[in-house]
Design a binder for this molecule. Structure first.
Ligand code: SF4
Ligand code: SF4
Length: 66
């Protein structure tokens, strides 16, 4: 099953992945990482492994598994 993983410590909270996910899988979580960024989490199981989020992420914080 397709799955997306956000590496919390690398996320810079830019929001690109949230904006470009066609399935609305990603959103800001309620926690911050050690640098103070409110990192992104997956909020549903609808990922289709299109990799749009991973391509957009400037921090290399997203891994997609098919
Ligand atoms: S791989 Fe595609 S569907 Fe899955 S979270 Fe990223 S943008 Fe959304
Ligand atoms: S695109 Fe990358 S750095 Fe930006 S919010 Fe998403 S996971 Fe964080």
């Amino acid at each position: 099953m397709a799955r997306v993983e956000i590496v919390a410590e690398l996320c810079k909270s830019c929001g690109y992945c949230i904006k470009f996910c066609p399935k609305k899988v990603l959103d800001y979580g309620k926690n911050v990482n050690s640098k103070g960024y409110e990192y992104v989490v997956s909020v549903n199981d609808d990922c289709v492994a299109c990799c749009s989020c991973a391509r957009m992420c400037p921090a290399g914080a997203i891994n997609v598994y098919k």
